[in-house]
Design a binder for this molecule. Structure first.
Ligand SMILES: *[C@@H]1O[C@H](CO)[C@@H](O)[C@H](O)[C@H]1NC(C)=O
Ligand SMILES: *[C@@H]1O[C@H](CO)[C@@H](O)[C@H](O)[C@H]1NC(C)=O
Ligand SMILES: *[C@@H]1O[C@H](CO)[C@@H](O)[C@H](O)[C@H]1NC(C)=O
Ligand SMILES: *[C@@H]1O[C@H](CO)[C@@H](O)[C@H](O)[C@H]1NC(C)=O
Ligand SMILES: *[C@@H]1O[C@H](CO)[C@@H](O)[C@H](O)[C@H]1NC(C)=O
Length: 567
């Protein structure tokens, strides 16, 4: 499941796009673009890269209203969504909410940097507004959710505008192996923005693309095994996968609560940290958060120091095969070249680099990875069954036809939008047919095994080499961090060079690897090292500044110049 997005099998045919019912919201001919801004353009930031702090300053000083900012993001989505399919739905109340927040700001009631800032959320975050929540499936979304995700409520309480829902692999990749990565019935096929036909990676691909193109200030994703980390890398943005338990998962359509996390994708670490400060904390409705070791919620913003890596020892892990495509790693050498180049920035930020060979004292690595996979499949199936059923139970009995996994599968088989003859759904069938209890000894042991194998490997590497954290390729980090719920911070690292080969997925739908496809550097540590990892990512980002070197091949035209140009 999940990072299975990398392997695609069935043939792809163009999907009829989910229509954004927005015509009334599109502003008349958009003339504003940076190119039109003339001599002012030097001073007018672009929404491709404007930080939330900068936006907050523009809002505070009255140069920009939340209404205009929201309208700009809506225009930007409409301009590029036919190409990228990153967004499924726009909140029809977003402009009204923005106007109300502008009124509150004028009355001196604005609080915090997120006040009046539009944020997108992945389609598996329950929202009790008029939008639907489907985890990409039309079957799960007969009507708006009755339960709102705790982290969405927290964002709203901080004044953020929930602008819309992003596209993602349907059921976060837990539908079946033959679903093209980035595809959902509700959203169609998502593409990345750096190479035409680029895979967005999954499952939070729409969130990665949206954050990268400035379709909102940032977007929320979820990760079970790679679903924030991989799209962050592929889309040239920062992705923070918190320790399982740092942020609440309540109200989010689950895969397995043993591994699921909620976290931000944003153009830079500071924006992601700002959002995480609002998301993180104990939620009585998600008892994994009760295990937080901190006195009160952690503060990520307070940890942002350019000197955070001074004197820190980082274990650099390079593995000569890619655990996600063990038989054939196209562009391995080109990837290694970019990875090696990141060393100079880490050193310039003051880190001491220690090459640590990835090996375990007890188990050969090949067996370890296959054991982790094997054990994960034992608990994911009953967990998916119980988690989805619990979510389905929040759909009122008199709404729609889906009230069990069996009727969900029936809907997928009969609703043509779900394309059941093209895209398989065997993971859902396996879940529905499983009679294994999620609380059984066999299941607990499988999770203990998968989680113990990977966590002890990471902790051993850190302790035996006396390092503060590990730095590694995002693909490897996501494998090591999944089962044990370890935190991962991923930061843009550059892109594959001109000599790289182009590799399509097996259905010729998306390009997996090619010149110009972005790569991500990941920081990985033990449970609850989230704040330290964010601070290391920040110090690396400030020195390396890789994001701005890559430009999307197609960008939205509407930008701040049309609003600020004459200010
Ligand atoms: C959380 O609560 C559920 C029951 O509501 C229980 O099965 C589970 O073991 C608890 N998990 C933790 C980490 O306490
Ligand atoms: C990759 O690099 C290794 C070591 O430098 C070299 O032996 C190998 O031929 C290279 N592979 C390709 C495909 O260029
Ligand atoms: C689970 O992990 C254990 C090692 O802890 C291993 O012996 C076993 O074969 C694994 N199970 C599967 C199904 O891979
Ligand atoms: C996935 O597609 C392949 C190739 O068409 C096929 O052999 C396989 O049976 C399919 N798997 C499922 C679960 O549908
Ligand atoms: C993908 O394209 C290649 C090269 O054009 C072709 O050989 C292959 O048959 C195609 N595969 C599919 C599944 O269409």
């Amino acid at each position: 499941m999940v990072a299975s997005t990398i392997t695609k099998i069935m043939a792809f045919r163009p999907v009829s796009t989910v229509l954004l019912a927005l015509t009334s919201m599109i502003r008349q001919p958009v003339t504003g673009s940076l190119a039109d801004a003339g001599s002012d353009s030097d001073h007018v930031p672009s929404l491709l890269d404007t930080s939330i702090t900068e936006l907050a300053m523009l809002l505070d000083t009255g140069r920009l209203t939340s209404h205009d900012l929201t309208q700009l993001y809506i225009d930007r989505i409409v301009e590029v969504n036919d190409e990228f399919h990153a967004v499924i739905e726009i909140n029809p109340c977003a402009l009204a909410i923005a106007t109300e927040l502008d009124r509150q700001r004028a009355a001196g009631l604005a609080k915090g940097h997120l006040f009046g800032i539009p944020i997108l959320v992945k389609d598996n975050y329950g929202t009790t507004d008029s939008m639907l929540t489907g985890a990409g499936s039309v079957c799960l979304a007969p009507a708006p959710a009755t339960v709102e995700a705790t982290v969405v409520t927290r964002l709203r309480n901080a004044g953020a505008i929930i602008l819309g829902k992003t596209n993602a692999d349907e059921f976060s990749g837990a539908r079946g192996i033959n679903v093209t990565g980035g595809w959902s019935a509700r959203g169609g096929q998502t593409f990345g923005a750096y190479v035409e036909h680029q895979s967005p990676c999954g499952s939070s691909g729409g969130s990665g693309v949206a954050a990268s193109l400035g379709l909102a200030a940032a977007a929320l994703g979820t990760e079970t095994a790679g679903s924030i980390t991989c799209p962050a890398a592929y889309n040239n943005v920062v992705g923070i996968k918190p320790t399982v338990g740092t942020t609440s998962r309540y109200g989010v359509v689950p895969v397995t609560l043993r591994q699921d996390t909620t976290g931000p994708l944003a153009p830079n670490i500071a924006d992601a940290a700002l959002i995480l400060d609002v998301m993180a904390g104990v939620d009585p409705l998600d008892n994994y958060t009760l295990a937080q070791p901190w006195d009160g919620p952690p503060s990520f913003m307070a940890a942002l120091h350019t000197s955070a890596l001074h004197g820190k020892r980082l274990g650099v892990v390079w593995l000569d095969f890619n655990p996600l495509s063990p038989s054939d790693w196209v562009n391995k050498n080109e990837t290694k070249t970019v990875f090696d180049a990141s060393r100079q920035y880490l050193e310039a930020a003051g880190a001491v680099l220690v090459d640590v060979p990835l090996s375990s004292s007890s188990v050969p690595l090949g067996s370890l990875i296959s054991w982790v996979r094997g054990n994960m499949s034992i608990y994911e199936t009953p967990d998916l069954r119980d988690g989805l059923q619990a979510y389905i139970d929040t759909i009122p009995a008199d709404i729609g036809t889906v009230h069990s996994l069996e009727t969900l599968i029936g809907c997928i088989e009969s609703d043509p939008r779900e394309r059941a003859t093209t895209y398989s759904y065997e993971s859902l069938v396996a879940a529905a047919e499983s009679d294994v209890s999620a609380g059984s000894e066999e299941v607990w042991e499988a999770h203990l095994a998968a989680s113990g194998l990977t966590r002890s490997l990471v902790v051993e590497l850190i302790e035996d080499n006396d390092v503060d954290a590990l730095v590694l390729l995002s693909d490897l980090a996501l494998v090591l961090g999944a089962a044990a719920g370890l935190p991962i911070v991923t930061v843009p690292m550059g892109s594959l060079g001109a000599d790289s080969q182009t590799e399509w997925d097996s259905t010729n739908t998306t390009i997996q690897s090619a010149p110009g496809i972005p790569l991500g550097l990941s920081f990985l540590g033990d449970r609850w090292s989230d704040v330290e990892l964010v601070s290391y990512g920040y110090a690396y980002e400030q020195v390396s500044q890789k994001r701005s070197l890559l430009k999307p091949y197609l960008q939205p035209r509407s930008d701040l110049a049309s609003v600020l140009g004459h200010a």
